[in-house]
Design a protein around this ligand. Structure first.
Ligand code: COA
Length: 388
């Protein structure tokens, strides 16, 4: 039997996965190029000319990966009438999780009060958000779940080597999220192309304690431990090579052409990569979304942040075809064609009742957590007494 790609089989499903909510959260503090140039040997002119970045956001102690992701998820839910208890799945795409386990997704699931949801983190670096939306959309299209929240959230500033001018100028912190819901109406996520080439694993990485590279040298005090390193020019070449083919393939699987696509939302890594991709696809650069001048490269958060900005700038309207394309560590890359099926924010009728029930739910979770902590504290004291 001739081998058919999974995507072509999936398209026969009569259930579609639509994006029905979107939201973002940025840290308060902005770090300008000038401020970086005061710490390391670089300049505003160099950074702007070579990357297109003007500033990025840097998380403070309280703005953790989970907190940023939680706020983005709440903002995405706020555009819908969905209650956290209706959510079936929470996926967090991140390279800067709070822990190896428990997953950041589990923390967010709990803080949302999404009591009936499964939750897991997904590691595919800057392609992670597209991978995660694909996982959620497939689960919806198979009929096994109805509602999913997919979050891309990062605190890259905590894993940067601030002495390395080849990386620390590029990255920033932030989070974006979407809510996906099952519907019979045709549209939503139409196709996806997920790819990996682990042969390029050493081009871009954040080694942790279990990495062979770290274990073979002295691990304690190793300056590479938990810090990002990158071979910038090779990653640049890789990105410009894969974007075009991957976008074309996502369009082909969705049964559309590149001319049908209103907006391409690429991972925000470097303005020159975006321009090279536009040239390779023979598409006007204006049809590529770019907001990296404000936020830098926020890894798995960059595509949902760009998606939110695009919706708010009214660059996407109901009925439009858009394509998301991510690339990064792994190496990984991924594209996805979507038919946007929703009206603009504000045109969605969000019921007061849903809003209030969500607010009360978040408040109850907060107090339940505090109460549990107090209870554990009191119980532990009791154990000490028993031991003595
Ligand atoms: N400020 C000033 N000079 C810098 C600099 C900085 N922040 N970073 C590098 N340079 C210097 C280099 O030392 C080098 O100097 P030399 O010629 O005297 O040796 C020169 O600039 C050119 O270095 P190069 O690395 O070739 O620059 P580049 O034009 O490739 O730009 C990156 C560097 C990192 C901006 C670029 O390679 C890049 O964006 N790569 C892709 C990164 C990426 O997207 N990563 C994430 C993927 S998810």
């Amino acid at each position: 039997m001739a081998r058919r790609k999974g995507n072509e089989i999936r398209q026969q499903s009569s259930i579609y996965a639509h994006i029905v909510g979107w939201g973002m959260q940025l840290p308060k503090k902005a770090l300008t190029n000038e401020a970086i140039a005061a710490i390391i040997d670089t300049s505003d002119e160099w950074i702007k000319a070579r990357t297109g970045i003007n500033e990025r956001r840097i998380a403070d102690e309280q703005e953790t990966t989970a907190w940023l992701g939680l706020q983005a998820a709440k903002n995405a839910l706020a555009l819908t009438n969905i209650l956290p208890g209706d959510v079936d799945l929470v996926i967090v795409a991140t390279s800067t999780p709070e822990n190896i386990f428990p997953s950041t997704a589990s923390l967010i699931q709990h803080w949302l009060g999404a009591k009936s949801a499964g939750a897991f983190d997904l590691s595919a670096a800057c392609s992670g958000f597209v991978y995660a939306v694909d996982m959620a959309a497939q689960a919806i299209r198979s009929g096994s779940i109805e509602i999913a929240i997919v979050i891309g959230t990062e605190t890259m500033s905590r894993v940067l080597d601030w002495q390395d001018r080849g990386t620390c100028i590029l990255f920033g912190d932030g989070a974006g999220a979407v809510v996906l819901q099952a519907a019979r109406e045709e549209g939503g996520v139409l196709s996806s192309v997920l790819r990996s080439d682990g042969g390029g694993a050493d081009l871009l990485a954040i080694p942790t304690l279990n990495s062979t590279e770290i274990r073979s040298t002295e691990s304690i005090g190793n300056p590479k431990l938990h810090k990002m390193y990158m071979h910038g020019s090779e990653v640049f070449r890789f990105a410009t090579r894969v974007i075009g083919d991957s976008v074309r393939e996502a369009c082909r699987l969705a049964g559309i052409t590149i001319d049908d696509v209103k907006l391409i939302i690429p991972h925000q890594a470097n303005e020159r990569i975006i321009q090279a991709a536009a040239r390779s696809l023979d598409v006007e650069p204006e049809r590529f979304m770019s907001n990296l001048s404000n936020y830098g490269n926020t890894s798995a958060a960059s595509i949902p942040l760009a998606l939110c900005d695009a919706v708010h700038e009214k660059r996407i309207n109901a009925g439009d075809y858009i394509v998301l394309v991510g690339f990064g560590g792994g190496l990984t890359w991924a594209s996805m064609a979507i038919r946007w099926s929703l009206p603009q924010p504000g045109e969605v009728q969000v019921s007061r009742m849903a809003e209030n029930r969500r607010r009360i739910g978040y408040w109850l979770v907060k107090w339940r957590v505090r109460f549990r902590r107090l209870w554990r504290f009191l119980t532990w004291r009791g154990d000490d007494d028993l031991d003595s």
